[in-house]
Write a protein that binds this ligand. Structure first.
Ligand code: ACO
Length: 280
């Protein structure tokens, strides 16, 4: 079989404000080659500031989310070319993982099938992760004689309780979607037949919220991980003030009006009607 051209290693379409991006090498269980890594960064960048994209979903074609890094093209072939090629490939993959972590729009990982090793980078990069109950998660690195690099062991340590992360990294045993949910690796696991509907439901809810406030919120949650309490408080003050430079002041004023004056919504129970912003 001839190799898939670089531009076809990632598929996407945009519908109703949601960008559905897919790892697109199902014949290779969507493992991440240098070509895929380069193309993914291009696609993410192309979608990031589009007005018609409010939420980005990262999914996989076929029966995998991603089977991790491509052992042939990412490891063996680049290693044959020497250190320069290795560093280039690392920069390409870590580059789009990082882009995803600090993406301007809210992101949801929709995991149906395999998710291994290097896949934990984009898994962590997505703000919300919804898996099917019978998805399979694994740090298989130890099974073929390497450590979980490329961010993978850091992701396990960040997301999972220490004892669970250590066992997961050392044993190379897989977790189902349900187990991944229980151990903190994903937000939620649902039956496979409900996966797309649940992801759509979350995306629809996110679409109704103020985009600038969402961006500030997700960045604050990520930034504060290694801050002291006082530094985090200060960061939040600055971030809220910066938010006012991007339409946040108007959104907040309008939402406050709808609650206090119009009494048309309750922030504790729902999202304000952003549609009324343009009316004032
Ligand atoms: N790297 C390179 N090729 C891969 C990878 C990968 N990570 N995963 C799958 N493939 C290829 C297979 O070699 C095979 O290619 P071929 O058709 O040319 O022989 C094809 O994809 C289909 O794979 P199968 O193994 O036949 O598919 P199956 O459904 O039986 O098994 C499974 C799926 C369990 C995901 C298996 O492919 C596998 O174990 N893959 C490796 C998973 C892994 O450990 N990834 C690396 C994690 S570590 C890291 O990312 C740094």
């Amino acid at each position: 079989m001839t190799a898939r051209p670089e531009q076809e290693t990632v598929a996407f379409d945009v519908a109703d404000g949601i960008a559905w991006v897919r790892f697109n090498r199902p014949e290779k269980r969507n493992c991440m080659s240098p070509k895929l890594n380069r193309q993914m960064l291009r696609v993410l960048e192309a979608l990031e500031f589009r007005e018609d994209v409010k939420v980005l979903v990262l999914a996989g074609e076929g029966d995998a989310w991603t089977a991790g890094m491509d052992l042939q093209e990412y490891f063996r072939e680049t290693e044959e070319q020497g250190l320069g090629a290795i560093r280039k490939s690392q920069r390409e993959s870590y580059g789009w993982f990082e882009r995803l972590r600090w993406y301007e729009k809210p992101t949801i990982a929709m995991i149906d099938g395999w998710c291994f090793g290097g896949g934990y980078g984009p898994l962590f990069g997505c703000d919300i992760a919804i898996a099917s109950d019978d998805a399979t998660f694994g740090l298989s690195e130890i099974n073929w004689g390497i450590l979980p690099g490329g961010g993978a062991s850091k992701v396990a340590q960040e997301l999972m309780p220490f004892r669970k992360a250590m066992y997961h990294a050392m044993m190379g045993e897989n977790l189902s979607g349900k187990q991944a949910e229980a151990q903190g690796l994903v937000t939620e696991a649902v039956p496979s037949v409900q996966l797309k509907a649940r992801v759509t439901e979350i995306a629809e809810a996110l679409k109704k919220k103020d985009g600038a406030a969402l961006r500030a919120t997700k960045w604050a949650v990520r930034r504060m991980v290694d801050m002291t309490y006082d530094n985090a408080l200060d960061y939040q003050i600055r971030a809220q003030e910066a938010l006012h430079s991007f339409g946040g002041a108007a959104a907040r004023k309008e939402a406050t009006r709808q609650f206090l004056d119009e009494k048309s919504f309750k922030p504790g129970l729902e999202t304000f009607d952003a549609g009324k912003l343009g009316e004032r």
